[in-house]
Design a protein around this ligand. Sequence first.
Ligand SMILES: CC(=O)N[C@H]1[C@@H](OP(=O)(O)OP(=O)(O)OC[C@H]2O[C@@H](n3ccc(=O)[nH]c3=O)[C@H](O)[C@@H]2O)O[C@H](CO)[C@@H](O)[C@@H]1O
Ligand SMILES: C=C(OP(=O)(O)O)C(=O)O
Length: 427
Amino acid sequence: MDKLLIRGGRPLHGEVLVSGAKNAALPELCAALLTPEPVLLANVPHLQDVATMLKLIRNMGVSAERADDGSVRIDASALSTPEAPYDLVKTMRASVLALGPLLARFGEATVSLPGGCAIGSRPVDQHIKGLQAMGAHIVVEHGYMIARLPEGWTRLKGARITTDMVTVTGTENLLMAATLAEGETVLENAAQEPEITDLAEMLIKMGARIEGHGTSRIRIQGVERLHGCQHAVVADRIEAGTFLCAVAATGGDVFLRHARADHLDAVTEKLREAGADVQAEDGGIRVRSAGASQLKAQGFRTTEYPGFPTDMQAQFMALNCVAQGTAAVTETIFENRFMHVNELLRLGARIQVDGRVAVVEGLGGAAGAGLSGAAVMATDLRASASLVIAALVADGQTVVDRIYHLDRGYDRMEAKLRGIGADIERI
Ligand SMILES: CC(=O)N[C@H]1[C@@H](OP(=O)(O)OP(=O)(O)OC[C@H]2O[C@@H](n3ccc(=O)[nH]c3=O)[C@H](O)[C@@H]2O)O[C@H](CO)[C@@H](O)[C@@H]1O
Ligand SMILES: C=C(OP(=O)(O)O)C(=O)O
């Protein structure tokens, strides 16, 4: 099993090319199932999750070819099996995004319930509730959601749907399903993440009629069919945010090409308050930092977009560990997203967790930023990234085990870090 070997203490300098967003590419690959015409998706990141999604849709009889330039051509004209089996769904929750498009286009779908995930229980009741409101019959049997249209129906029916909480993939599933429904669907309490806006823009290119994406009320007028399109996946704000935290902690000067400053306001504001210099520049974001000794730990609460993203909580916590002062980090989205804490403690961090709050006592920028390298284990995707950031500033050598979690969602992270001066290798 691959591991990362990191020798800390080097500042980072140069330029990083930010990849397409995992959390946009995955729903957009599913959106291609809505049409029998070819879809060309550009800027698709090289990730394990994307490989899993391609396997999943090929398993349905879809042709999906990746070109050298990173684009993927999807042709779902011969889709024969509207099913997502457990074997493929268990490693990636986003497989649930096949449900809405399959049901909308074929009137039936059988999709495994996603497995329980390390960061929380993550039910999909809101996806089911929304599709039921559009007329679908859905039963959950033997671990599968078996969905079909009522006898005599050829399309879902538009509905007004208010989800109990703001859900990102829930909004995406219902949005995709509604594009082919009969009549109007209104999604209230919709998620506003930039990945949803990007998905809606792709669907509009396919002929969908959507208004209000990027707000909490999305209106969709269903159409009878969608056509093919070309679309480029939006830049990954979480990958960009991860590099911002890494450079702030190690010190240095790095330009993140393609990073979207307008998608990262909550994170960049906290980084500036911490003492890093973060500037939007033409075509990306520049971050300059004098390193941990000049940083002040910052408290924050994770919330839905445009608030501080839960997907950046672990990485910012690593930065807090080496800064000066004490800060409280509150996780409001997932009930079990502090698993990086025990591993950060192995590196010498001072953190106390009480329920959903982690109080971090910064080590104040001492030599090696106060952390010392050790063997640690990645427990989930962003936890892995936080361990990498901590290892980049720690004194001595850190080995991060179980980096298959990292490979799920970061495009060649160690190569990008090596390119800006980090001492990091895959072993
Ligand atoms: C592939 C993808 O885009 N993943 C992102 C997506 O996950 P995902 O879409 O799974 O997360 P949600 O926004 O749905 O989850 C938000 C909260 O709602 C709860 N919930 C959600 C749906 C439901 O039917 N019932 C229910 O109870 C969840 O358990 C969680 O507590 O948004 C999360 C929150 O920004 C991010 O961390 C993930 O990176
Ligand atoms: C939690 C994440 O992803 P997923 O929803 O795919 O598990 C993430 O991207 O941090």
